[in-house]
Design a protein around this ligand. Structure first.
Ligand code: AMP
Length: 292
């Protein structure tokens, strides 16, 4: 496994791989790799011949007062995990490599960032779209794999790739969970044991939402009420939003008369956690929550 830290070297490397006729897969990450990240790598590995994982804690997607400085970093451990998964290259640039002093070009989507996390994190998705567009131009992948755990990020990237004609297949991989259902996240490492118990209420409220829909309830507000009651009954929780929305536009749906995404963001102590699940009112819905 090679570790590349400059854009020029990465671009040259990508060119040489492409000249050999090999396809490139990219899994962008901010590091502190867990089983969720590793699953994306396995998926990308299946689909492509040369696997690049980027590790970069992207400053432009953090707002003032957010956890950029505190974000967990463990490069040596990450490198060992990636190597075990058969990763060919880790692209790990320093900040100045991606953002020079004169940097002034951002990718801004008009609509998707106006919903869900974009409301309380108004500059977040500008940072995400910008860094991913840069990674696409640097790593030159044929396929890039993203987690549906960050559902809004996934639909934003998919939209950006279409709108800007990136000739890249965007794959969304289902959320990988701990055995009790908590969505894996690098930020789970911030949680105290008591907060870890409260964090499980996100998953539980989504499962409850699916059950209510399956029992015939179509009114979003009833499902959101039940979710907020459940979450608020746990210590140190502070709900940012609970939304039931269109899977593509993320516009809220009052009535669940077709598949919808139930998405939520909750602060547990100081840690902001997100999760989501598909709600499908039609018959034949799988009972396996990991399918979402
Ligand atoms: P991050 O390092 O948190 O920026 O995440 C990098 C990629 O891993 C993103 O595409 C995330 O959506 C994805 N990811 C993070 N957690 C999970 C998870 N529990 N299951 C599946 N994908 C995940």
């Amino acid at each position: 496994m090679e570790i590349i830290s400059t854009t020029k070297k990465m671009q040259e490397h990508a060119d040489s791989v492409r000249r050999l006729g090999k396809t490139i897969g990219l899994v962008p990450t901010m590091g502190f790799l867990h089983e969720g990240h590793l699953s994306l790598m396995r998926e990308a590995r299946k689909r492509t011949e040369h696997l690049v994982v980027s590790i970069f804690v992207n400053p432009t997607q953090f707002g003032p007062g957010e956890d950029f400085d505190a974000y967990p970093r463990a490069f040596e451990r990450d490198a060992a995990r990636a190597e075990k998964e058969g990763v060919d290259v880790i692209f790990a640039p320093v900040e100045t490599e991606l953002y020079t002093k004169e940097f002034q070009t951002y990718v801004v989507l008009e609509k998707i960032p106006k919903h869900l996390c974009g409301i309380s994190r108004p500059t977040h998705f500008r940072g995400v779209a910008t860094v991913v567009a840069k990674l696409f131009n640097i790593v030159k992948p044929d396929t890039a794999v993203f987690g549906r755990k960050d559902y809004q990020q996934f639909v934003l990237i998919r939209r950006m790739a279409i709108d800007l004609n990136f000739d890249i297949e965007i794959v969304g991989f289902p959320t990988v969970r701990e055995s009790d259902g908590l969505a894996m996240s690098s930020r789970n490492s911030y949680l105290t044991p008591e907060q870890r118990r409260s964090a499980l209420s996100l998953y539980r409220s989504l499962i409850e939402g699916r059950k209510l829909v399956k029992s015939g309830i179509k009114n979003s507000s009833r499902i959101i009420d039940s979710a907020s009651k459940l979450i608020n009954s746990h210590k140190e929780t502070d709900i940012d939003y609970i939304s039931i929305c269109d899977p593509e536009t993320l516009v809220e749906m009052e009535i669940i008369d077709r598949p919808a995404i139930m998405a939520l963001a909750v602060k547990v102590g100081k840690t902001r956690l997100i999760d989501n699940m598909m709600l499908n009112p039609s018959e034949g819905m799988t009972d396996d929550p990991s399918a979402y």
